[in-house]
Design a protein around this ligand. Structure first.
Ligand SMILES: [Zn+2]
Length: 154
């Protein structure tokens, strides 16, 4: 069965909307679909780790589990196949991560706000993104400001 890369933004949405941890920390119920939740939970650590070696190992394991294989299409375009159609979704996500990381090493992450476990892709020019969204960034800034003010008073 032919497999094409999932869009990397779709991988992020899958992890955040179906993942156990992002939903638990945010007090949401994961969207229905136990298979997607299982996949989201497999993908979450790939974003959460900051160690490139661990990240590479996790993506490699994911690719191996799906048994995704390269194939040369008749038009000589790069393409990929899996034997087991049940692995197609996992393989599409694994390929998206593999291709994204090959082009933009380290450009994945877990939101730095302690009230959030959402993941993100860092497309910022400087590659220094730390939060999943502006809401989290503003909340973390406000919390840091309150902490500093409390320390100054003490
Ligand atoms: Zn966040």
């Amino acid at each position: 069965m032919r497999v094409t890369d999932m869009d990397i933004a779709e991988v992020v949405a899958l992890v955040n909307e179906w993942g156990t941890e992002p939903c638990r920390v945010d007090g949401r119920a994961p969207r229905p679909g136990p298979e997607l939740t299982a996949l989201a939970d497999e993908l979450h650590p790939i974003f959460a780790t900051t160690d490139p070696t661990t990240r590479a190992r996790l993506v490699t394991t994911l690719l191996q589990v799906t048994d995704v294989r390269p194939e040369l299409a008749p038009d000589l375009a790069e393409s990929w196949t899996v034997q087991d159609p049940a692995q197609a979704g996992r393989a599409a996500a694994a390929l998206a991560l593999r291709h994204h990381l090959a082009e933009y090493p380290g450009r994945l992450g877990l939101c730095a706000d302690d009230q959030c476990a959402d993941v993100y892709v860092d497309a910022s020019p400087a590659g220094k993104r730390r939060f999943c969204c502006l809401t989290c960034q503003n909340r973390a800034r406000a919390a840091a400001f309150r902490r500093r003010r409390a320390q100054n008073r003490a």
